[in-house]
Ligand binder design. Structure first.
Ligand SMILES: [Zn+2]
Length: 287
């Protein structure tokens, strides 16, 4: 049963992922989310059998059926990522589905909140990689549902006491350092969007796990940044030019703008799914 449900959530994730691709593509373009998908090169309507999540991209060898122009790898990557995230969230909450007695409805609601949160985070990641900006509407949605999540996970009795209310500070506390970095660098080091995202991460994970997520995110971001600089330097050597002639990277230097949000979100996922903890305190989840 658990295996069947796991397969179900994986496929559901892949389907939701292909919808997220449409959101990423059409956000801020004035186009609605309805309407058939067209090839961005030749404009032909794409048939339903060429829109099967993950599979179609490989069956078509990454090219449009009609004009043979290359399809963006964004499509299968977003679908695969969403499928794996849905499977992961399901595995974290699988007790909800195998429990012999009914559990409070709030648990199921939090399960849905987590699925929705990861959808929003996938959109933020892909959009930030593509456009180097975090869509406001999406990040505000994530912040709002993270706030609702933290309130739902705080026992009602604690909410009227200081011990519960103090959790409402988790978001602002995690966002504050990033907000200050943004303020003092006048937006040159990080964007305001990264601070908004961190507000949501703080409420989504609670304080200490969120600090872990941010630290891990900064580390991975720094490592990837340095690797990109190294590759970009090597790219101009004759050997590399022969090896890498297929991918022309734009030169990366210390001054290059690098999106931070995708790394913060990878940090969030590592803490959420694997319980990574860099603060030295055991990560304790209330669920
Ligand atoms: Zn085409």
């Amino acid at each position: 049963m658990e295996l069947l449900l796991g397969v179900f959530f994986f496929i559901l994730g892949a389907i939701v992922g292909s919808f997220l691709n449409v959101v990423i593509l059409r956000y801020h373009t004035g186009k609605t989310l309805l309407g058939r998908s067209h090839c961005s090169s030749c404009g032909r309507v794409i048939a339903w059998h060429d829109l099967i999540p993950i599979l179609s991209f490989f069956l078509l060898r990454g090219r449009c059926r009609f004009c043979k122009s290359k399809l963006s790898v964004q499509y299968p990557l977003v679908e695969m990522a969403t499928a794996l995230l849905f499977l992961g969230v399901f595995l974290r909450y699988s007790a909800l589905f195998s429990s012999p007695y009914p559990l409070p409805a709030a648990y199921y609601l939090i399960f849905l909140i987590d699925l929705l949160s990861f959808c929003l985070l996938v959109v933020i990641t892909a959009y930030d990689l593509k456009h180097k900006i975090i869509p406001n509407l999406i990040v505000y949605l994530f912040v709002s549902i993270s706030f609702i999540r933290t309130i739902m996970l705080t026992p009602t009795a604690n909410l009227i006491h200081f011990s519960g209310l103090v959790h409402l500070l988790d978001g602002p506390l995690v966002a504050l350092p990033l907000f200050l970095l943004w303020l003092f660098s006048r937006g040159r080091w990080i964007g305001l969007g990264d601070a908004k995202l961190s507000l949501g991460i703080g409420w989504f994970l609670t304080l200490l796990p969120a600090v872990s997520a941010e630290v891990i995110g900064f580390w991975i971001g720094a490592i990837v940044g340095l690797l990109l600089i190294a590759v970009s330097k090597l790219e101009h050597t004759p050997l590399a030019r022969r090896l890498f002639s297929r991918w022309r990277l734009s030169p990366v230097t210390l001054k290059s703008e690098m999106p931070l949000a995708p790394f913060l979100i990878i940090g969030l996922a590592l803490v959420y799914f694997l319980g990574f903890d860099v603060t030295g305190f055991a990560v304790m989840f209330t669920t």
